[in-house]
Design a protein around this ligand. Structure first.
Ligand code: IPE
Length: 283
C-alpha cells in the first residue's frame, strides 16, 4: 500500500475536490507516446518525461486522454473496425484493438502513478456508445466522482460499441472535446508531435510560419481550403484531427496545440505559461 500512501499527499489530490470549472483536458497524442513505425512499441522515454512534467505542474483538476499510435491504429485498420461490424472475423479484431489500447493505457497509468500522480484508468468502451461513429451516450457518473475524489482520470481512443454499425473507432480527439464540454473545461491542451498549425503543409514548404493564434472562423477556412485542394494529410493529418475539437471551441473552450515531443512544452502549457504552439479560440 506504499503507493497509495504516496498518492495521498500529492498536491493534485489535495486540490482536486473543488470546482469543475478549473478542469484542464490534456491529450497525449499517439505519435508522441508510441513509436509510430514500430507496432506495439511505446516511447517510454517520452511517457516518463511527460509524467514528470505533469507531476511538477500545479493543476487543480486534470483529465488525460491518450491516443493509440502504433498500438491501436494498425489493429483497427487491419480489422476494419471503423467500417463497423460486417463480418464475424472482426470480433477478434475488436477485442484485440481494445486490448492493445489497454496495454498502452496500463503503461501510461503506471508511469503516472510512479510519479505520484493519482491516475485512474477509465475505458471509453465501458462508458461510451457511439451512433455512426459519433458519441451518442457518455456516462459521466464515475468520471464526476473520480474528479471530485481527486483522481486524474486517464482515458484513451478506443474500439467502442456503436448503435448503428455495431462497432466503431472513437478517437481520443472526439472524446476529449465531448469531455471538455461535459466538464466545462478551462482549456484543452493537445500534445502532438508538431509545433502547431500551419497554413499549409510545412513539410513541403519550409518557409511557412506557424499560426500562433487563430479563431474558429480561421480554422473552418483552413479546413475548407484543404477539402478544396483535396489534400488529405496537411500538417500530418493534424487539421482533420483538430476539426474534432470544433464543438468544444464553439462552446468557448480555449484549445492549445503544442508539441508534446519537446521537453517542458506540456509543463508550460499546463501552468499557463507562454509556449510555442497554436491557440484556437471561439473568436
Ligand atoms: C485512436 O485514437 C484509437 C484507436 C485506434 C483504437 P486517436 O486517434 O486519438 O490516436 P492518435 O493520437 O491519433 O494516435
Amino acid at each position: 500500500m506504499r503507493g497509495v500512501a504516496r498518492l495521498a499527499v500529492h498536491p493534485l489530490r489535495q486540490l482536486g475536490r473543488c470546482c469543475s470549472n478549473a478542469c484542464i483536458m490534456l491529450k497525449l497524442g499517439g505519435s508522441v507516446i508510441t513509436k509510430k513505425r514500430e507496432p506495439m512499441t511505446a516511447n517510454l522515454k517520452a511517457i516518463k518525461r511527460l509524467a514528470r512534467e505533469i507531476a511538477t505542474a500545479s493543476v487543480e483538476q486534470l483529465i488525460i486522454v491518450h491516443g493509440g499510435g502504433s498500438f491501436g491504429h494498425p489493429l483497427a485498420k487491419q480489422y476494419k473496425i471503423i467500417e463497423g461490424y460486417r463480418d464475424p472475423a472482426q470480433i477478434e479484431g475488436f477485442s484485440k484493438t481494445h486490448q492493445a489500447m489497454l496495454e498502452l493505457n496500463k503503461l501510461v497509468v503506471n508511469t503516472l502513478i510512479s510519479h505520484n500522480i493519482p491516475a485512474f484508468s477509465v475505458s471509453p468502451s465501458s462508458c461510451v456508445v457511439t451512433k455512426a461513429g459519433r458519441i451518442q451516450t457518455l456516462y459521466d457518473g464515475a468520471l464526476t466522482r473520480l474528479l471530485a475524489t481527486g483522481f486524474v482520470p486517464v482515458l484513451f481512443g478506443d474500439a467502442v460499441l456503436d448503435s448503428d454499425k455495431g462497432f466503431a473507432v472513437l478517437s481520443g480527439d472526439q472524446l476529449i472535446a465531448a469531455l471538455a464540454i461535459m466538464f466545462k473545461a478551462e482549456k484543452i491542451i493537445m500534445g502532438v508531435d508538431v509545433n502547431g498549425l500551419y497554413p499549409a503543409d510545412p513539410t513541403t514548404n519550409a518557409q511557412l510560419d506557424l499560426l500562433p493564434h487563430i479563431t474558429l472562423k480561421d480554422l473552418k477556412i483552413l479546413l475548407n481550403n484543404i477539402e478544396e485542394a483535396k489534400v488529405t494529410d496537411v500538417t500530418g493529418g493534424m487539421l482533420g484531427k483538430i476539426s474534432e475539437l470544433i464543438p468544444a471551441i464553439s462552446a468557448g473552450i480555449k484549445t492549445f496545440i503544442v508539441n508534446a515531443s519537446k521537453e517542458d512544452t506540456v509543463y508550460k502549457a499546463l501552468e499557463g505559461k507562454k509556449v510555442v504552439g497554436t491557440i484556437i479560440e471561439k473568436e
